[in-house]
Write a protein that binds this ligand. Sequence first.
Ligand code: MIG
Length: 774
Amino acid sequence: MEGSEMIKPDLHKSETGVEYITVGDIRDLQQTDRTYLFHCTHARVALQFLTDSLFRFKLSRGKHALDLTHSRVIELAARDLQAEVAVSETEQAYELRTAALVVTVNKSPFALRVTDLHGNLISEDEANGYGWTKEHTIFTTKKAQDENFYGFGEKTGHLNKKGSLQSMWNTDIYAPHVPEIVELYQSIPFFISTKGTNVYGLFLDNPGKTEFDMTDTKRYKITCHSGELEYYFLSGASMKEIVSQYTFLTGRMPIPPKWAIGYHQSRYSYETDLEVRELAANFRAKEIPCDVIYLDIHYMDEYRVFTWHPTRFPQPDKLLADLRADGFRVVPIVDPGVKKDPKYLIYREGVTHEHFCKYLEGETYTGEVWPGVSAFPDFTNTQTQQWWGAKHEGFIKSGIEGIWNDMNEPAIFNETKTMDVNVMHGNDGDPKTHGELHNHYGLLMSKATYEGLKEQMDGKRPFVLTRAGYSGIQKYAAVWTGDNRSFWEHLQMSIPMILNMGLSGVAFAGADVGGFAHHSNGELLARWTQAGAFLPYFRNHSATRIARQEPWSYGETYEAVIKKYIEMRYVFLPHLYTLFREASVSGLPLVRPLVFEYPQDPKTHNLSDQFLLGDSILIAPITQPDIDYRAVYLPAGTWIDYHTGEVVEGGRAVVADAPLDVLPMYVKAGAIFATGNVVQHSGVQQDITFQVYAGNGSYEFYEDDAVTFAYENGAYNLLRLEQRVEGSTLTLSWTEAHSGYDSADQLTFTVHHEDGRTETHTVAKADGQLVLNR
Ligand code: MIG
């Protein structure tokens, strides 16, 4: 007689007829200090609590021992944590209880159900939701029809990823970025789920190809093409808490040098010394602020990395010094491909010291990129990272402080657009195929670059810009969104893309302003500059053989508008810098979708044609041609039109006036933020004015020397300001929360009263208080 053993669901054929093996039932639970290890019919599963609200899940198929080493992207501080967990057992399940969560682990079949301490459901796996075929490991969890999903890094489409399909495989996509393109240059396998007040995050730590299918109404499915299933489950009371935990796990960005957050000008390519000098002179003559000029691939000698073209840039040191004296920094591009040329030192060293990616059999892998046949450094080895980092020595001696990493998916000119997935990576002694580690390549190149620069820059902060990346990229580089086009649709799309990157830990992101490929035009460039001025990374870049895109390219009317908004960038620079510092401490993004601050308001759940800078300045860019008005949704509260001072009650949509020179902006009553006078580059000291919008609120203003790491040793100021309105008075008070950097001993305030009046006062910092009539 056959018992019910025969119809157990742990070994069955999936709908496609492929053999699908599931984890099966729990046979035994073993607890070794911080790990709950479940021995199941066909697998072992480990659960580890890093904090009360954050646990790690790791599966090992078959009888393989579980490798519990954390991947390289998990921060050291997160690796050794352990929460207090109480375990109990019933006939059906084990229950793991912390001070924040209850994880019920069903025995037959193995499945997790996560609730809060009051039994409110946070997440629940499908029965037999963990399984694998020969090719894939699959994980399915229940979801609600009205569940929202955010994050996923650099993706096309709208803000809310519910109902979408996402795939993670760093890809160089030149074809227009459209919603059906699900793989771009970055892969951040992390999302935030929200449903009512229930919020959680899931980080799938897998650098191979992975897919997230949220299209089904009842469940979502995660597929890994390689590696063992490993994820971190993050719970918290708000999206803010989830982003904060995620960046605690994968790291936060250091404060960038201030010049890196100014206005940047690029082109593929400024081809000669003379062209660069003329460009710089033009900015200064026209008094359009600019901090950085980029050198794209033409500066190199036959595209050999770490070289200069002998006739186009005959005297790089002289050029860089002259530009520096005029307040400019120069950021050259560095691609990973090293030209195969036995006479070329970098190639020779790479081969001799085994720094290049190889096949298992020992042959160096080569692929075609700009320099022709090229070899690719194996950045998974620390020694290779160090070698590469050290190669920036010449640049640093010439005064370069920033590097632009491109083509680091890696992009290779062949059918698959990348490296052969069978190439091996040394991986510091734990060899893996390229297919298993693909999405780490760009991350590790930028790590090598950042660390190499930092080591050699004498205490100055390096700046790295990268195209490819993975979770944790925020520690090393800013990210730009690659080859967009000069389409209004791409201006539109860049906003949710950058917002979702911010929710995925990458606070320092931006798109090519004006559009990379395709001809731009004056109106598009003006509108794009308006939006870009308030997004974290602000660079105008355009492709070869298309219309020029410098601010003055489309006539005086447009130039004036573009200039006005680049100037606005500098007016807001002290505030932006403060927000960058906040992001470096908390991991929270500078620019936020409205849902981040107003999650209870359903109108915000997929709103991304407007965004918040910090928590109180609402920016509503124009993203269509020939429009001089638009609808702006103002969440509950009192808002002030930045341009007219008009007071508007929120909780509704308003129509904003937006002739070409107006970017609709609203400030929340109670806000305080720092502004500066217009300067031509960030190296000029600005006079600070605090803009105070009457109401109740507070602000923490940050300042330091803007370029060194001295702040790590306390050389910074943190001024805490607060305003209270009561009866007929507005009381403004401030204290120095930290004082380690020499700055002005007077403070200037411009107070914007509810009735539209403004008044400006300069007072001694030592006063600590200012009382005004409302
Ligand atoms: O395949 O270096 O996305 O910004 O200008 C083109 C030339 C290679 C792609 C980058 C773009 C850059 C271009 N690069």
